[in-house]
Design a protein around this ligand. Structure first.
Ligand code: GLC
Length: 805
């Protein structure tokens, strides 16, 4: 816990006045600005040295004050109140404190007082600042992005400092001084902190009624979130300006939507990025990579992408190829493309410090590298040894990096993998690395380094290929990273507890604005075994980013590495993912529109169900599938909580009324999976070898009959999956509405969009779950079923189906 004994509290507001967006005040010797961003979002800022930093980070990508919020300004004695239709912001003048309440009186934030009755609305010492807030003993805390342990963060404290977890040197300061037995002393424990990504955004859920509020501190310096005390929480940052967005909620999805309105949403990825990815840190040569591709095709194992780790480079020099191992990189990429594979290469930020190496020479000549205080090129240590680091804080450097990437992918590469971008500097401290020609300290930009690198990379790729959706995978990140890149969870362990960890981490990312996430399937470090690999593949196939990756020096972790039985079972798991592709794609489209997660904790959709809020070993995959991974060896059955509504066992069709616990068998061929009653899950009729060029003539619609009266909406989105043409109408989006009244069920399909050249669909195959009518009426015509399904001619027009249960 940060020591705040000597901090100077701001205790008195000496003048306050109304402004166009709220109010400004003088507090202590600084300025306080309170701006209403929306009816239910307020921004609080306190100047430093009397000056405001108007753009403290690159997280926010819109003008937060673009909309004029209607509000009342009331001053009575020692309190100013800003009143909107959703909340009341109270600024108490003496002693100074800030409270926000919803119009129903429930608290959003309330300044905490210490044992002596002193309020801690804001206190500062030597550039560090802290705020303290009231929090009930049984309240819950969610969010903060990539964090270990349980999803409810209450009772723990966290540091925000992008960290190369397995680096002994990088993690040393966080493991040091821990009591023996404290799991945080071990970088491989599921409780270790901090990880690679920092997102200063969290939710506070009130007990017992469940309302949530949100807090986003727009500050990239090292941060501390302390939820250890029973009745308060503390937020501190070691520099920069206090700029906090407070979200009144009370609903989690609405808070996330407002947060991603500010920090942006995932740009819709190419559909192939949702396929299965095969990666391994291994010294391949060209023939071996092609053989790897061939093997997947020979085995009929769906796969969209093959990845090249650092050994494809010439001596780990970024933007080069080892031409001995890869005499014809572009030829290889082309041949693989003919088989439906995309190839992705790693690009680290560390540029080998080597006069004569063109990337280094250019960077030096054009003054594009980070400097030290004294004006030297900062040197850190990455794979090639001494390396310089591009100064991504400047637009010129981002543009240069974008051009380098665009030139690099000319060889046919489909995407870029950004690693070591915390930035990781090996045995050399990163602290002397400064930004903007040495003007800014390392601390200001450390947590934003990966965000800025991904920004430059994306913009460069878009500049060169404006109509192609980009795919970048990043290890580190900051609030807003979702605009440019997907995240994987870095160097995990081939252990059961790390399989579990990836569930809570994936969900933590999801509620923190980053929907495109996944862990190294099978685990990165250590040897997996058949059972662990199988269970991880079955689960990983139902996560947003699905990539098998492992560290050099450990046993093979290919799909076939654990024998035929496992090979067949993991193939089934990956095939299920490919069959689910239209459903997954629709979930990604939604995420790109609203910011909602793809992998989501139950609390997101069932906030007011206490049992759902505490679940750390099951989640929703998209809105309508509930997944309960097998996260222990030898498990033959597990308990699954099914939240409100109705649920169908995916494999047996057994319906369950929700708000109940069931015991689900977990035979080796599957993990528990449930579909929401009322949903329509669109499936490809088959699992193709890859998504490449796959535009089926028939789409299966699996309709799960509602267990009671109600109306439900699902979606099918069809487009070319590769370009931005869908933005201009080149798509067919079918809204599938299921209505049940008594025994009568109606499914209506309403189509939006102009279509696109590759569209080939001529029919739906409707499969009903929870009803077996002999006939259905399709646009007024009676149809009988064939092999349990109804064939509906449909080439993209509206339709209606009626039947009785
Ligand atoms: C880092 C990455 C890992 C990669 C390795 C070699 O450890 O996290 O995914 O395989 O570097 O590039």
């Amino acid at each position: 816990m940060l020591q705040t004994d000597h901090f100077v509290r701001f205790e008195r507001v000496t003048s306050a006045e109304r402004t166009a967006h709220g109010m400004s005040a003088t507090v202590h010797t600084e300025q306080l600005r309170v701006d209403l961003v929306r009816d239910d979002v307020v921004r609080l800022k306190i100047s430093r040295g009397g000056v405001f930093d108007e753009e403290p980070t690159h997280a926010v990508c819109t003008d937060p004050l673009a909309n004029q919020v209607e509000f009342g300004f009331e001053q009575d004695g020692d309190r100013v109140r800003l009143v909107t239709s959703a909340m009341v912001v109270s600024i108490w003048l003496d002693p100074f404190r800030i409270d926000v309440h919803r119009t129903d009186g429930t608290p959003v934030i309330e300044t905490a007082a210490d044992a002596d009755g002193h309020y801690w609305a804001y206190a500062t010492l030597n550039d560090t600042f802290t705020v303290r807030r009231r929090c009930g003993g049984a309240d819950r805390i969610f969010g903060l992005g990539e964090k270990g342990g349980r999803q409810d963060r209450k009772g723990r404290d966290f540091t925000l400092w992008n960290n190369d977890v397995l680096s002994e040197v990088g993690s040393q300061e966080f493991t040091a001084g821990k009591e023996p037995g404290d799991p945080r002393g071990d970088r491989t424990s599921t409780e270790f902190d901090p990880y690679y990504v920092s997102v200063p955004f969290f939710y506070h859920q009130l007990y017992p009624h469940g309302q949530m509020s949100g807090s986003f501190v727009d500050n990239g310096y090292r941060g501390h979130y302390d939820f250890t005390a029973a009745n308060e929480y503390r937020i501190s940052f070691e520099g920069g300006q206090y700029t906090e967005y407070v979200f009144a909620g009370p609903h989690m999805p609405a808070i996330l939507s407002a947060y991603t309105e500010l920090t942006g949403r995932m740009s819709l990825p190419p559909i192939w990025a949702l396929g299965y990815h095969q990666c391994r840190w291994h010294k391949y040569d060209q023939a071996a990579v092609e053989a790897l591709g061939q093997r997947h095709r020979d085995d009929d194992f769906p796969c969209d992408a093959l990845w090249l780790d650092i050994d494809y480079m010439d001596g780990y020099r970024v933007f080069t190829w080892d031409t001995e191992a890869f005499p014809d990189g572009p030829g290889m990429v082309k041949r693989l493309a003919e088989q439906g594979f995309r190839v992705i290469t790693i690009i680290d930020p560390g540029v080998k410090y080597e006069p004569g190496y063109p990337v280094f020479d250019q960077g030096l000549e054009r003054d594009l590298f980070c400097k030290t205080e004294g004006g030297d090129i900062y040197i850190g240590q990455v794979w090639p040894g001494n390396t310089a680091f591009p100064d991504f804080a400047t637009p010129e450097v981002r543009a240069w990096w974008g051009e380098l990437n665009a030139a690099h992918v000319q060889s046919g590469l489909a995407g870029i993998w950004n690693d070591m971008n915390e930035p990781a500097t090996g045995v050399i401290s990163s602290k002397p690395m400064r930004f903007e020609h040495g003007r800014h300290s390392h601390d200001r930009f450390h947590n934003q380094y990966a965000l800025l690198m991904a920004m430059g990379t994306t913009e460069g790729l878009l500049e060169a290929m404006p109509d192609r959706r980009t795919f970048i995978l990043s290890r580190a990140g900051f609030a807003g990273i979702q605009r440019y890149a997907a995240n994987w969870m870095g160097d995990n362990q081939s252990r059961w507890d790390h399989l579990w960890l990836s569930v809570t981490m994936g969900c933590g990312f999801g509620v923190s604005g980053q929907p495109f996430v996944g862990a190294d399937i099978g685990g990165f470090q250590g040897n997996a075994n058949a059972e662990l690999f199988l269970r991880w593949m079955q689960y990983g196939a139902l996560t947003p980013f699905c990539r098998n990756h492992s560290e050099t020096g450990y046993i093979d972790q290919y799909a076939w590495a654990f024998g035929e039985v496992i090979h067949d079972l993991v193939r089934d798991a990956v095939r299920l993912r490919y069959r689910l592709m239209p459903y997954i794609y629709a979930a990604f489209v939604r995420a790109s529109e609203t910011g909602e997660p793809v992998q989501r904790p139950l609390v997101f959709d069932f906030q007011y169900e206490s049992a759902a809020a505490d679940l750390d070993d099951e989640y929703l995959f998209g809105r309508d599938l509930l997944v309960a991974p097998v996260d222990e060896p030898g498990m033959t059955a597990r308990q699954v909580y099914l939240p409100a509504g109705g649920w169908y066992d995916w494999f047996t069709d057994e319906p369950h009324v929700g708000r109940t616990y069931v015991i689900a068998p977990t035979p080796m061929d599957r993990i528990p999976l449930y579909a929401r009653a009322g949903s329509v899950i669109p499936l490809w009729p088959d699992a193709p070898p890859s998504t490449d060029g796959y535009h089926p003539e028939v789409i299966d619609l699996h309709l799960f009959v509602p267990l009671g009266d109600g109306r439900y909406e699902s979606r099918l989105v069809e487009d070319d999956g590769l370009t931005f043409a869908s933005r201009d109408g080149a798509h067919r989006t079918t809204t599938l509405t299921v209505t049940r009244t008594g025994d009568d069920v109606t499914l209506s399909g309403e189509v939006d969009g102009d279509g696109y050249p590759e569209f080939r669909r001529s029919a739906f195959r409707l499969v009903l779950h929870g009803a077996r009518p002999a006939t259905v009426s399709h646009d007024g015509v009676e149809l009988s079923s064939t092999e349990g399904a109804f064939h509906l001619d449909n080439d993209g027009a509206d339709f209606e189906v009626r039947f009785s249960v």
